[in-house]
Design a protein around this ligand. Sequence first.
Ligand code: ZN
Ligand code: ZN
Ligand code: ZN
Length: 169
Amino acid sequence: MMTPRSIEPRPCTDPGCRGGHAPAERVALAMSLCSARGAQLTELRRQILELLWKSGRPTGAYELIEALKLRDSRPVGPPTVYRALEFLMSQGLVSKIESRNAYVPCAHPERRHDCLFFICSYCGASVELEDPRLERLISEDAALIGFRPTRRVIEVEGVCANCIADGAA
Ligand SMILES: [Zn+2]
Ligand SMILES: [Zn+2]
Ligand SMILES: [Zn+2]
């Protein structure tokens, strides 16, 4: 069991960061971001965020419900879980991977960025990067056609380095 309250959040300032933060630290950071914004990171919302951080790959709502069942004898229904996920997305703590109908924690909720996900079709692992060049391009292209983007998540499907090394593809 994690004890998030005893872990200090350490906001990341490296724009080229490739992740690798401890899940417990990221959950602690989410708690401090929410309390600074006056948003309620309830026990259930925090548990879901924790499960997503531990999963390491896009995780669907029903998989989350199963995992919650193991933690707590009180069953949690899909509408409750979807509402919690909506909250986590509205706070920029979680992104939805539409192509998988699954959810991943955003690596850096402490700063505004477009989430760029590379998702392995073989093992399901996802890696998030940020690229200011891509963000600029999207903004410029959107401006060209007078478009106002509301969801800026880019999903790239393929084969990860591990699976390539294992000869999966
Ligand atoms: Zn970082
Ligand atoms: Zn992100
Ligand atoms: Zn893979």
